[in-house]
Design a protein around this ligand. Structure first.
Ligand SMILES: Cc1cc2nc3c(=O)[nH]c(=O)nc-3n(C[C@H](O)[C@H](O)[C@H](O)COP(=O)(O)OP(=O)(O)OC[C@H]3O[C@@H](n4cnc5c(N)ncnc54)[C@H](O)[C@@H]3O)c2cc1C
Length: 483
């Protein structure tokens, strides 16, 4: 039996395992469904190469989910997550931008102004995560954290052309997208990579401390449910190399990501009582798990342009306009065709995640319900008009003509995708908030000995990609859970 059992060695899980095992008297065990390499030299090159996302369909390090992005008629899609030590931080695009000050203001409002997750409270944690290679002398940056953060100095021609076009259209240049209140404009994306190597939290946090005697990691261990004694979590059932087992612990922390942490809670009896009973799952505690998640819808505009390609991180520059991000991908996903992503970062439309079956491994139902809110459609119509103007200034040729604004909605649906940033399936909130699944220190309400620390607990849509904020969240939660 260990003091802390962490389920999911992903972006947040690797941070927690490292921070909580800093105390040699505290024993920590980490279960990870995917593979672990003890030494960075043994990690497959594809996982380290920051210039390409290792997403080939047969890759052993991916979870795949069939989802519906929008209804009437359904817009189906397949999404992925990292199933490997480091989780999604081991396979993602390397964009490492902090959520905006306004996001923490909104987060703080959800918590009734307690200031636990205000911008001032999280800034020291952001600083602790990073070793900023460009702006370490600025007071809002860190210079000795585990994650190297780098901005390209020699952008690929496509990124350079995009930046020139944005400036030409009157947008401001933003030198540091991680500066507090950096404002709208075009800037170079800070990336968690160094010398072309993707540095997720496994490389940054976990691997350097694997030899700690109080820390053990079980790879290829798939957790199937949390064990309770009454309402106290006492362990986790799992399957490892085909064998069923139970790991016992003084407390359990779920870090399996916004999809799998929610699935684990539901399968363990924390969720909507009616839905759980219909699946034959005994109810431990009623909670609104998976009832209103958000993610960033992204409209993909395919275009052609007469510029040379060059190896680079997938996204080198970005234009931020309030709750819109326009992303000129520097890598080509289809030969000869470029993609501009137009993402809505604070959508009002919410999705639903539910179990279809109590069987471990059964795929959950994930219904995004994108574009259901008229305001989201208005914002995306405006954003696509802005993107079309930038493309025109770049001398780019959209593959399919972009219709006039008044005829845009069918085209939006036809080009609808997701940024793969699903969050908020187990949101944080006050005791009197019916939607709250965890409290402000990430402890699951209504039970003891169980916490969740990953993107599932973030209670508001984040105005930026989530990775940097998840790393910060894990740092801050570790500080709460260590005390
Ligand atoms: C393709 C892709 C590209 C992305 N690019 C970016 C980007 O460039 N910038 C950005 O900001 N965000 C990006 N994101 C999003 C970002 O990477 C994730 O939101 C973030 O890393 C999530 O962290 P997490 O700790 O919540 O979950 P994860 O990092 O996904 O970790 C969950 C871990 O739990 C393990 N696990 C799950 N279930 C179980 C179980 N039952 N038993 C044991 N282990 C389990 C998983 O294998 C995984 O290791 C991207 C996401 C994807 C999928």
């Amino acid at each position: 039996m260990v003091d802390t059992l962490i389920v999911g060695g992903g972006t947040a899980g690797c941070v927690l395992a490292e921070r909580l095992s800093e105390d040699p008297a505290h024993t920590v065990r980490l279960l990870e469904a995917g593979q672990l390499w003890n030494d960075s030299a043994a990690i497959p090159a594809e996982l380290l190469d920051a210039t390409a996302m290792p997403l080939s369909p047969g890759a052993e390090w991916l979870w795949h989910y069939e989802v519906v992005l929008a209804d009437d008629p359904p817009v189906p899609a397949t999404i992925v997550r990292g199933k490997v030590i480091g989780g999604s931080s081991a396979i993602n695009g390397g964009y490492f931008v902090r959520a905006a000050t306004a996001d923490f203001d909104a987060w703080d409002r959800v918590l009734g102004g307690s200031a636990t997750w205000s911008f001032d409270a999280v800034l020291p944690m952001f600083r602790r995560t990073e070793r900023d290679l460009d702006f370490a002398d600025r007071p809002w940056h860190g210079d000795r954290g585990p994650v190297p953060v780098h901005r390209t100095k020699q952008p690929a021609p496509i990124s350079a052309a995009f930046t020139v076009a944005c400036l030409d259209a009157g947008f401001a240049a933003v030198p540091d997208l991680n500066a507090p209140d950096c404002g709208d404009g075009v800037g170079v994306v800070p990336c968690n990579c160094e010398q072309g190597r993707r540095t997720g939290t496994a490389l940054g946090y976990l691997l350097p401390v694997l030899s700690r005697p109080n820390l053990s990691v079980a790879p290829r261990a798939y957790a199937t449910r949390v064990r309770f004694d009454g309402s106290r979590a006492i362990g986790v059932d799992c399957v490892r190399d085909g064998r069923a087992d139970t790991e016992w612990a003084d407390r359990v922390i779920l870090t399996a990501g916004a999809i799998e942490s929610a699935v684990l809670l539901l399968r363990s009896g924390i969720g909507d009582p009616e839905q759980l009973r219909a699946l034959g799952i005994p109810v431990v505690h009623p909670a609104r798990v998976g009832a209103g998640f958000t993610d960033h819808p992204e409209i993909g505009i395919s275009y052609q342009i007469d510029l040379e390609g060059r190896p680079s991180v997938p996204l080198e520059s970005v234009l931020g306009i309030d709750d819109i991000e326009i992303r000129p991908y520097a890598v080509s996903f289809t030969p000869g065709v470029r993609r501009l992503g137009v993402a809505l970062m604070r959508p009002r439309s919410c999705g639903v995640l539910r179990l279809r079956s109590a069987m471990p491994g059964a795929a959950p139902l994930i219904d995004y319900r994108y574009l259901t809110d008229e305001e989201d459609r208005v914002r995306l119509r405006d954003a696509v008009s802005t993107a079309a103007d930038v493309l025109r200034r770049m001398g780019a040729r959209p593959v399919d003509a972009i219709p006039m604004r008044s005829h845009l909605d069918p085209w939006l649906r036809a080009n609808l995708a997701t940024s793969q940033h699903l969050s908020g399936t187990c949101p944080m909130g006050r005791a009197d908030d019916a939607a709250a699944v965890v409290d402000e220190t990430c402890r699951v309400r209504g039970v003891t000995g169980l916490s969740i620390v990953d993107l599932s607990v973030v209670p508001v849509p984040l105005g930026r990609g989530p990775q940097a904020t998840v790393v910060m969240l894990a740092e801050k939660a570790a500080a709460h859970l260590a005390s």
